[in-house]
Write a protein that binds this ligand. Structure first.
Ligand SMILES: NC(=O)c1ccc[n+]([C@@H]2O[C@H](COP(=O)([O-])OP(=O)(O)OC[C@H]3O[C@@H](n4cnc5c(N)ncnc54)[C@H](O)[C@@H]3O)[C@@H](O)[C@H]2O)c1
Ligand SMILES: Nc1ncnc2c1ncn2[C@@H]1O[C@H](COP(=O)(O)OP(=O)(O)OP(=O)(O)O)[C@@H](O)[C@H]1O
Length: 531
């Protein structure tokens, strides 16, 4: 069949390299117009076939153009995020030791000071031994991570110059990576080294991270599972003990403070917060987070900290407790040793997710990133159609998920929903992102584990039959319409959780006790055997 005038104009809109730029969208639309104007309304079959072929080509070109645009938007959003991270990091380096790495932190001192004034404990704050500036520069050498590098407060004078702050806001601590069997306190490089032509790697995954307090923790926040009598009783008892025996400042949620006060006016000393702004600043005041509940309470605690997270001590008052290794009956003993330190910790990675709306056209959705400790799930919600999710990894096409949905999980979340969907269980200290389909309608769709540095984009194509739904650690469902995308990468703020023994023992205990992993009656000795 000879190409029609309409076909010719469509093919002109395709650049030589096969990719469409934004101009092609316009020319494709023009092509449709031309086609509509020029197609003679003769009732011959040839013309109809020719016309429908041309329309198909145009529709394809339009779809590819729109996909290209969504991809560019996602990429731009990612670059913007990287730029902002880099800028924050540079600022932090510039004012190392004096200024925090986020502008929000600058206000913290004012807020904290007002808090201290309200509570009349200025004197204690001044007396608290924060390491001198000189100390803070040298205390960790070049290999450890020192909390006051990121947590120390700073003021700005009217000319926006940084002025060192004489108050220590939080207990400072030091993290070190110890090799198995290596009890020394020496810091070690944990990245690739290159000496005399030989490349060697330190065994990152075999190292246990240890947190050592450099000044005494002063403030604890207790987060509790709601509607549980046993949790309420334990919380009241723990608050009293931490106050009377450990002389600590205690924060609880407004709901919990009200419950405590109904019990007795004794609990008047317990602090809480009024609004979101104060929650955002909590990490600047709190040295330790205690959770009383199950895994859901740990997820809840993590979700309260949209930036850095203080060390979390999860007590088990739920049924499963993969992330809650501490038995509540022995809380005094555990807290006593944790407050003294050092503590073995698991640095649990989180994913940061951005929803990018097609409807927002050239603007990015104004909502901040959503951080998840377990996973982000993109599923079909109540729709009865298969999901049709296009997945890209660093802009390379991965696959199209046709099934119930997709789970992008952290390694901590590998024992949760991802496991139920057939994903592997991964030690939480392994840096990676799990890519686990939910009920894929294909026999060969095995789950993947991708490296920590990639950026994943899951997009609902324009020709999708239905919307998709994204949920974050099982909460906050968001609808993704055709053209919308979810971009996901590793967040810079992990959740440090205290270990009962160490990272590996705790992980193995949880899969044995929680899941009864590979439990089978041992085969008896009698019976046939190799001779
Ligand atoms: N089919 C499934 O297995 C399924 C379905 C939906 C959600 N979930 C999980 O539930 C999580 C939300 O938890 P919730 O407590 O708020 O809801 P929930 O009260 O419905 O509890 C879900 C269960 O998942 C367990 N769980 C949570 N995180 C875990 C982890 N990291 N490792 C092992 N088990 C874990 C909890 O202990 C609980 O038993 C989601 O992040 C998701 O992973 C699982
Ligand atoms: N402080 C909190 N405020 C509001 N909701 C919370 C809080 N802590 C936990 N939750 C929610 O309560 C639910 C149940 O919590 P959690 O998983 O800790 O208890 P559980 O269901 O008894 O434990 P398990 O899952 O081990 O049986 C979760 O969905 C969690 O998000």
């Amino acid at each position: 069949m000879a190409p029609s005038k309409g076909d010719a104009s469509v093919s002109c809109s395709q650049p030589e390299n096969g990719f469409l730029n934004s101009l092609s969208l316009l020319s494709s639309e023009k092509a449709v117009q031309e086609l509509l104007q020029q197609s003679p309304l003769q009732s011959t079959d040839d013309h109809l076939i020719e016309f429908s072929d041309a329309m198909r080509t145009v529709a394809k070109a339009l779809r590819r153009a729109a996909e290209g645009k969504a991809s560019a938007q996602a990429e731009a959003a990612e670059w913007k995020r990287k730029y902002e991270l880099e800028r924050a990091r540079n600022l932090h380096l510039e004012h190392k030791g004096f200024l925090n790495d986020s502008t929000t932190y600058i206000n913290c001192h004012m807020l904290e000071q007002s808090h201290r004034e309200n509570n009349g404990d200025e004197e204690r704050t001044e007396n608290l031994g924060s390491p001198s500036n000189e100390q803070s520069e040298h205390c960790c050498g070049s290999n450890g991570i020192c909390s006051h590098e990121v947590l120390r407060d700073g003021d700005r004078d009217s000319a926006s110059k940084v002025v060192p702050n004489k108050f220590a806001r939080k207990a400072s601590f030091k993290l070190s990576w110890c090799c198995k069997g290596d009890q020394s306190d020496q810091h070690k490089h944990d990245i690739v080294s290159f000496e005399r032509g030989n490349i060697t790697t330190a065994e990152r995954s075999s190292k246990q991270i240890s947190l050592k307090w450099e000044s005494q923790p002063q403030t604890v926040i207790i987060l509790t599972k709601p509607n549980s009598t046993s949790v309420r009783i334990l919380c009241a008892e723990m608050v009293r003990w931490l106050r009377e025996q450990k002389k600590l400042d205690i924060y609880v949620e407004p709901r919990v403070r009200a419950e405590l006060l109904t019990e007795s006016s004794y609990y008047n000393f317990v602090h809480t917060w009024k609004d979101e702004t104060e929650i955002i600043l909590l990490h600047t005041k709190v040295d330790l987070v205690v959770t009383l509940g199950g895994d859901g309470t740990v997820l809840w605690a993590a979700s309260m900290f949209k930036g850095p997270v203080p060390p979390v001590v999860p007590f088990s008052l739920g049924s499963l407790g993969f992330m809650t290794p501490f038995h509540s009956e022995r809380y005094r003993e555990y807290l006593d040793s944790i407050l003294k330190g050092p503590i073995s910790i698991t640095l649990r990675h989180r994913l940061q997710c951005h929803v990018i709306r097609e409807a927002a056209k050239n603007e990015y959705e104004t909502e901040g990133p959503i951080l998840v400790l377990n996973e982000v799930t993109i599923d079909r919600g109540i729709s009865s159609y298969l999901t049709n999710l296009e997945c890209y990894c660093d802009n390379s096409f991965v696959t199209c998920v046709q099934g119930d949905g997709l789970i992008l999980s952290t390694t901590s979340g590998s024992t949760a929903y991802s496991l139920a969907a057939g994903g592997s269980m991964v030690h939480p200290q392994v840096p990676g992102i799990l890519f686990t389909p939910i009920c894929p309608h294909s026999l060969s769709f095995r789950p993947l584990i991708l490296p920590e540095h990639v950026t994943l984009r899951v997009q609902v194509p324009f020709n999708s039959r239905s919307h998709a739904w994204a949920s974050f650690d099982g909460k906050d469902r968001k609808r993704l319409a055709a053209g919308d995308a979810l971009v996901c990468s590793m967040a810079p703020w992990p959740v440090p959780t205290a270990c009962q023994v160490d990272s590996t023992s705790d992980f193995l205990n949880s899969i044995h006790d929680g899941l009864h992993w590979n439990l089978r009656k041992t085969q008896s000795f009698d019976g046939p055997r190799d001779t």
